[in-house]
Design a protein around this ligand. Structure first.
Ligand code: BES
Ligand code: ZN
Ligand code: ZN
Length: 429
């Protein structure tokens, strides 16, 4: 005897007494989702219904009946997950490829959501790097190797950006360098490099954030989480390419040893950058990851970061932003997102944006000139650290990926929305 509530998916409207365009109707131990045009179309209706069932306090659900498919099952999980509850969902599948894929998505997505929702006291830069490395190593013990470069060792290896941003914290900054090499050939060329922003807490530094803006900044490692989760899902799907992953992890805090406005960072590739705002720290740490990635000369480089409030203002919290100099690169990510039922939108990036970050004391500054577009100038800064100033590189700004409050489709916190896009990008390119 199961105690789970059985949830059926129907394409017909609910009986009138449930109200006009009712999303849900109930009988005994059963709920029915009425997925019609009027309730938002199948996937939206399912995700809304899942959120609503969680809101009612239903903690044990079985997806029953014949109308479920892989995408509707997935949307149910996406909406049902709540970091503040420990619920159980039975997909209603005995075995097979669909179950395997759903479990792979869930494992990757859950890791991303949980580590992003975790408190910044528990998720230090090193804890983030170790968790990502452990998670990936467990998936493919024979193909994964990694090293973690920490504290002053970063300076010795020339990773000045991560060290500068992280040195104000008593918890040392780290870079994770992870190699997924399923080829069996240690000299195989690297196909794709992934780089993630792993700021485990962004206070803004001396350019301190107001409290309301700081309240969600445990999620500023969302890019690092998303590239790791994307790689995990691709590995579970059988990825047969060599990938290198770089996580740039630090806490952006205030102390007697923190970096200051006016400081200049000299990067490994010779570029100097003047700090005009310590809150524009993501680009400073990503620069190190992009330099390391570029040294491998992979076919493609993709980075993901909760980089700018400007991207969130532009596209809202339902879309990830995509920036690249090259139409073809942007298109690869947009196509991957489309194929996986995730939303992504391209924002402008042109070479002239690189002229909008001038400095009187260094080659570039870490903020754009007055009136310049924030998401584009942030990406232009990153381009300075990519081989040939941005060749075969695409940047994802995920600043809208964390919800400060729940909405009709998602619980509060991390959505994991982007994991499938990155996994598909790795599989298809
Ligand atoms: N982590 C923030 C960007 C962010 C803001 C992510 C809101 C998610 C939600 C980033 O480090 C930042 O503070 N960027 C500044 C840059 C500015 C000072 C040029 C921003 O966007 O305001
Ligand atoms: Zn910041
Ligand atoms: Zn930040």
């Amino acid at each position: 005897m199961t105690t789970a509530m059985q949830v059926r998916l129907e394409t017909t409207a609910a009986a009138d007494h449930w109200g006009k365009n009712a999303l849900l109707s109930f009988s005994d131990s059963e709920a029915r989702i009425h997925a019609t045009e009027a309730t938002g179309g199948t996937l939206t209706a399912v995700q809304r219904a899942a959120r609503r069932l969680d809101g009612m306090g239903v903690t044990d659900i079985l997806l029953a009946g014949d109308n479920w498919d892989i995408e509707s099952r997935w949307c149910f999980w996406a909406g049902y997950y709540n970091p503040n509850r420990n619920s159980t969902l039975d997909w209603g599948l005995a075995d097979g490829a669909e179950l395997k894929e759903l479990e792979a998505r869930k494992a990757a997505s859950l890791w991303v959501r949980e580590i992003t929702n975790g408190s910044p006291e528990n998720i230090s830069p090193r804890a983030l790097a170790e968790s990502a490395a452990d998670m990936l190593e467990q998936l493919a013990p024979d193909a994964v190797s990694y090293r973690i470069i920490a504290g002053d060792k970063l300076t010795e290896e020339g990773f000045a950006g991560i060290h500068t941003v992280g040195r104000g914290s008593v918890r040392e900054p780290v870079m994770l360098q992870l190699d997924y090499n399923p080829t069996g050939n240690a000299d195989a060329p690297v196909d794709i490099c992934l780089v993630g922003k792993g700021i485990t807490f962004d206070s803004g530094g001396y350019s301190i954030k107001p409290s309301a803006g700081m309240a969600t900044m445990k999620s500023d490692m969302g890019g690092a989480a998303m590239v790791s989760g994307g790689l995990a899902l691709a590995i579970a799907r059988g990825l047969n390419k060599r990938i290198k992953l770089y996580l740039c992890c630090a806490e952006n805090l205030i102390s007697g040893s923190a970096f200051k406005l006016g400081d200049i960072i000299r990067y490994k590739n010779g570029v100097t950058a003047e700090i005009l705002n310590t809150d524009a720290e993501g680009r400073l740490v990503l620069a190190d990851g992009l330099i390391a990635a570029s040294e491998e000369n992979p076919r493609y480089i993709l980075d993901a970061a909760t980089l700018t409030g400007a991207a969130k203002m532009a596209v809202g919290r339902d879309f990830n932003s995509v920036l690249s100099f090259e139409d073809e690169m942007a298109q690869k990510v947009l196509a991957a997102a489309g194929a996986e039922n995730e939303k992504a939108w391209r924002l402008p990036l042109e070479k002239f944006h690189m002229e909008q970050i001038p400095s009187g004391f260094a080659e570039i500054a870490n903020v754009g000139i007055d009136g310049s577009p924030g998401a584009s100038t942030a990406a232009a800064f990153l381009a300075k650290f990519v081989r040939d100033e941005g060749r075969a590189w695409v940047h994802m700004d995920l600043s809208g990926s964390y919800l400060p409050a729940p909405n009709d489709q998602w619980a509060q916190g991390a959505k994991g929305h982007g994991v499938r896009t990155i996994a598909r990008f790795l599989m298809d390119n």
